[in-house]
Design a protein around this ligand. Sequence first.
Ligand code: PMP
Length: 354
Amino acid sequence: MTGAPEPRPGLRDVAAYVSPQLDVAARLNTNECPHPLPEAFSKELAEAVGQIPLNRYPDSQMLRLREELSTHTAHPVEGIWAANGSNELLTELLLAYGGPLRRAVTFEPTYMVHSRLCWLTQTDLVQLRLEPPFQIHARDFAGAVAMRPDVIFVCSPNNPTGNTQPLLAIEELAKSTHSAVIVDEAYIEFGGESAQPLLATYPNLVIVRTLSKAFALAGARVGYCLASPQVVEDLQRVRLPYHMSALTQAAGIAALHHVAEAADVIESIRVQRDRILAALQAMDGLTVFPSEANFVLFQTPADRPADRVWQGLLDRGVLVRDFTSVLPQALRVTAGAEHEVDLFLSALQEVLSE
Ligand code: PMP
């Protein structure tokens, strides 16, 4: 017999995760940092890479990287774990706390990879819907707790809506369940209050972060979590052997030596975000959602279909993300460099007045 192997049931009903990577003047669709890391970082990394014995497996405990993360976050090293981007960390968390016959809850709309990873790990998923301004209220967390979940995802600031969640809601979820409450703080450096102070009281809380956004390291794939030591022990049981290459660990360590420079970049991105918010609010007919992250979600007017606005922007060299499958007429734009935001705003003006 010939032909491709028979996949697991349903596999081919699920599309691969893709976000266009087009060569345009302003790539504002994936919330990357528009500025590269400083030259001193590249030098340090090149030197470090030159000394790595690549004939040997990397440190499976990622100790140096975790120590740097511990200094950076003031969280004990035993409660820190790292992986290839926070996406891999979220996968490991679901392998440990989700899986067949286990249930996860998400508050939608949120980062779509959370639900995708539930499918991947065969975790039963309950998606609770929030309405604008997308905050979790008492009735929402009561609804989540009633589902008797094993995993609860909270994203704050939330992607794609940009709002933060009140710490009280996160605390209530952690207090009322035995589930792993995973707080995705991929955008925390841009705004909002971290749930980190709650870790001391709630060992079922896990905070997931990344160096991909504020620390300009998306290409290296470094994510980490802050949790109780027990969670880190559990993750050790599901991780792949030597999952994080010595090269990736070195990139993470070097980036954490340049956090001071990152602070200036973060501030400049916040300025561009606020500029986008103000400019969009001043344009006729747009619905703009307040944002504490490095992006802004907005809805185009009814007589300007979002897909046509998206295409009109692309024709002018600006790539944004289409979120119409999540919210009608919704587009999300990343706060890029000043000249990229200039281009986006003038292109949008043009497209809307066509
Ligand atoms: N969480 C959220 C909310 C995100 O938006 C992203 C990236 N888009 C990630 C996690 C994953 O980031 P990475 O794997 O690059 O760390």
